[in-house]
Design a protein around this ligand. Structure first.
Ligand code: F0G
Length: 457
């Protein structure tokens, strides 16, 4: 069969509302041209993020009712712990309310002034948490990962020679840990190969540096390894996932992605001494070690979700539907990061809108146009999210690409929704010269994309 169907049927529906471009124009003005400030009710198809937006399964909802809400040692905690240990093999499993809470604890322990943390590409909250600790975050993705067109199968890979050069430059004693983000969200949702993880591990070992995964999308990464890495085709995704974690000393995970839940996170580590310190911080701001800022029912939903995400029929459908969107956009002449990665399609807004210079935020301009035209909400991953002033020179630092991410929530939209998105972008492509740039009117110091206000130029 050519058609890869959604491997589930729909038991509950949530209406979405159509409105008109005129109404949406007013909504955009009220939201200061920032998609984070648009009320969700006014969005037809919401591709802002794949985070916390999954539809839960009937088994997850059943788990919600079974949730044991005991303060300490709840049954739901033991179930969650045993599932996570089985999948990852890690000795210490700390529940947190979401990924950035895991990051905050980790970098409070290992970061600090004078320290450096390399990553393939830091996600925004990861970078912000590294920097908040006083440390410096550095991105060392392979050059192919910054070229939107080349079809390298593992554009998320970290560059081993860049890592070696970096260690030589700043000194291994100043690098408490190296992180690898799977899949590489800020670099296009691109996977990292097992071979690359092994190589990075070898380099870290040679210098006594710990290796941590930012493993939010570990199952999608493993499935892409199965599809693309020589010799992995006959292995199960579960085996590949285990290989990935076996190469790491620990991991931060936002369960809002491959955990298939609406809230939750995990911090994993092997080091007993570090884990004790992490548990103390967990108790300080998240909660006791057997619930960590979550309800027992959340732990049940996570335990079930982390198992369901390893279902290869699900992953086949998941990866294929993202690829299908990518193929539709390429056919319409919309430049995207190729090949499509795990959870989203990234439009190369800089090339799509050559008439809008980087200082007028082509990515933000495109997502404003897409919302006005079709009620679709997306997010900018470019100069709005990552552009900032160099603290010493005062010059504006820009990211290598101006991207718009269409992130696909898990198990939420059907193929006809995706067809609608393709149609909307195809129409926009014919009138793209009319899209106008934007300027920032007001913005906070950190993570400005969430609340910045814009005006059209
Ligand atoms: N790391 C990566 C790679 C992420 O993509 C995210 C979140 C986080 C860490 C933080 O997790 O939100 O649970 O605190 N990414 C979302 C996104 C927000 O839209 O890509 P969190």
């Amino acid at each position: 069969m050519k058609t890869i169907i959604e491997p589930f049927r729909i038991k509950m529906v949530e209406p979405i509302r159509l409105n008109t471009p005129v109404v949406r124009d007013q909504i955009l003005r009220n939201a200061h041209y920032n998609p984070f400030l648009i009320p969700a009710e006014s969005v037809l198809i919401d591709l802002l993020t794949d985070s916390g937006t999954s539809a839960m399964s009937s088994e997850q909802w059943a788990g919600m009712l079974r949730g044991d809400e005991s303060y300490a040692g709840a049954k739901s905690w033991f179930r969650f712990e045993s599932v996570m240990r089985d999948i990852t093999g890690m000795s210490h499993i700390l529940p947190t309310h979401q990924g950035r809470a895991s990051e905050r604890i980790l970098f409070e322990l290992l970061g600090g002034p004078g320290k450096f943390v390399p990553n393939n590409t830091h996600f925004d909250t990861t970078r912000a948490n590294v920097e908040h600790s006083g440390a410096t975050a550095v991105d060392l993705v392979i050059d192919a990962g910054r070229n939107p067109k080349g079809r390298h199968p593992f554009k998320g890979n970290m560059d081993p020679s860049k890592l070696q050069g970096f260690i030589a430059d700043v000194g291994a004693e100043n690098i408490p840990l190296c992180m690898v983000t799977v899949t590489n969200n800020s670099g296009g949702g691109q996977p990292v190969s097992l071979a690359n993880l092994r190589e990075i591990r070898r380099i870290c070992d040679a210098h006594g540096i710990k290796l941590y995964l930012d493993a939010c999308r570990f199952a999608e990464n493993a499935y892409l390894i199965k599809m693309r890495e020589p010799g992995q085709q006959d292995r199960t995704v579960k085996e590949i996932v285990r290989d990935m974690f076996d190469l790491a000393d620990g991991a931060t995970i936002s369960a809002k992605k491959d955990g298939l839940v609406n809230i939750g996170g995990v911090l994993l580590m092997r080091d007993d001494v570090l884990a004790e310190r992490a548990n103390n911080l967990l108790i300080l701001t998240e909660g006791f070690v057997t619930y960590g800022g979550l309800a027992g029912r959340d732990l049940e939903a996570m335990a079930q979700g982390f198992q369901e995400v390893l279902d290869e029929d699900y992953l086949h459908y998941r990866i294929r539907s993202v690829e299908y969107l990518g193929e539709g956009l390429i056919k319409a002449g919309v430049p995207i990061i190729e090949p499509p990665g795990g959870h989203a399609i990234y439009i190369d807004a800089g090339s799509f809108l050559p008439h809008i210079p980087a200082e007028q935020f082509p990515g933000q301009a495109l997502l404003v146009a897409l919302y006005r035209h079709a009620g679709i909400r997306a997010v900018e991953i470019g100069s709005v999210m990552f552009g900032r002033k160099d603290p010493t020179t005062g010059e504006t630092i820009r990211p290598p690409m101006e991207l718009v991410r269409l992130a696909i929530p898990r198990r939420v939209y059907t193929q006809s929704h995706i067809d609608y998105v393709i149609e909307a972008m195809t129409e926009l492509a014919t009138t793209k010269e009319q899209i106008r740039g934007l300027k920032i009117v007001e913005a906070p110091q950190v993570l400005r994309h969430f609340t910045a206000k814009f005006a059209e130029v």
